[in-house]
Design a protein around this ligand. Structure first.
Ligand SMILES: [Ca+2]
Length: 357
């Protein structure tokens, strides 16, 4: 709670017909201008008094507590007639005209033997300012009787609490009840989280409802083709100024680990880690062995190898009937077949496999 404990009195001529005075609060924390009271020099019936207040200020005063009553009795001058306040009987119930809320028992401040409805139809309420007795107390009166209007001007508006809190009127002051995630005298500050960046091999898309990387900011993360997100896809900046969870990472998709060939070699490049996305492996067979299949394969974004791993087959010896052994060099046969089937590599492979099986 912040209350202004000092005030100054300033005189203003708002309109030629009326001189009003302004109680300007010296706000603690230097944040607030103060809740101001005004009264009319002229007297008027209740309806005109309310009209005058609502046209020039906010409304007839709505008494909130005993402190306000004491304050008004202290600073408002005594007049021949007293002042209308924002309380009147509506459908038989004493009601604050500004809020339409009924007067609760605890807030009653009637003068002794009031409300007495003495003149019948005493449906409006005046406040005794600086009366010899019952100072600051209320009396029900005929609404048609002319009295001074006692108005207030609220300070709370949409920007009072930076749009981030509930403004509560106080005497000569207002206070802000800040929404979650905001703080400061007028809720001008918000919790801030550390700045995030797009992950390696991924992207980040953030939404900042208030301020960059502050309370309620949210960031979505995606990973490039061939990478998998490790962690939540969305993180939020919380009230405490910390992210809801750790920023996710993008890890390369993995393929099965390949082994080097029997009777051959395998040479691999691993741009993003062993046997992961875009790993490229080349195969060769030792001398005297023929490579059956494709000599290159690559780890794809789906986690599968682009082509099966080849094998190395030894060149074979063919036996000829009659005990004479003639060795045909496998490479010669292969060269011949290559010439015949050069346009159909798979057929060639099948044939070679059949030949040596
Ligand atoms: Ca009365």
């Amino acid at each position: 709670m912040v209350y202004c404990v000092h005030y100054t009195m300033l005189w203003f001529n708002v309109r030629p017909a009326y001189t009003v005075f302004l109680l300007s609060g010296l706000a603690l924390l230097g944040c607030c201008e103060g809740w101001k009271y005004f009264y009319s020099e002229d007297t008027m019936d209740y309806d005109h008094a309310r009209k005058w207040c609502t046209e020039n200020y906010t409304d007839l005063v709505a008494i909130q507590n005993q402190e306000e009553i004491e304050y008004l009795n202290k600073v408002i001058p005594r007049m021949k007639v007293y002042y209308w306040i924002g309380l009147r009987k509506i459908d038989g119930i004493w009601t604050w005209v500004g809020t339409k809320k009924p007067l609760v028992k605890e807030a009653e401040n009637w003068a002794s033997r009031e409300p007495n409805n003495q003149k019948l139809g005493e449906d409006c309420v005046e406040i005794y300012i600086k009366r010899n007795t019952d100072q600051g107390k209320w009396n029900d009166e005929l609404c048609t009787i002319k009295k001074h209007a006692l108005c207030y001007q609220a300070d709370c508006n949409n920007s009072s609490c930076s749009g981030n809190g509930v403004c509560e009127e106080k005497i000569n002051n207002y206070t802000c009840r800040c929404h979650e995630g905001f703080f400061g005298p007028i809720c001008q500050y918000t919790s801030e989280c550390n700045i995030l960046h797009a992950p390696a091999y991924g992207s980040m898309n953030c939404f900042h409802p208030f301020k960059n990387f502050s309370y309620n900011s949210s960031c979505d993360f995606d990973c490039n083709k061939g990478f998998i997100r490790k962690g939540d896809g969305t993180v939020y900046c919380t009230e405490s100024g910390k992210w809801s969870t750790l920023q996710p990472e993008c890890q390369a998709v993995t393929c099965s680990i390949l082994k080097t060939l029997d009777h051959g070699t395998m040479t691999c490049s691993h741009p993003f880690g062993n046997f992961t996305y875009t790993t490229n492996c080349t195969f060769e067979c030792k001398e005297g062995f023929l490579l059956i299949g494709n000599d290159v394969t690559e780890c794809t974004a789906s986690g599968k190898w682009s082509l099966p791993v080849p094998t190395c087959q030894k060149f074979m010896t063919l036996s000829v009937i009659g005990g004479t052994t003639t060795t045909l060099v496998g490479s010669f046969v292969t060269l011949l077949l290559l010439m015949i089937y050069r346009k159909s590599k798979s057929l060639l492979n099948d044939f070679v496999v059949w030949l040596y099986s």
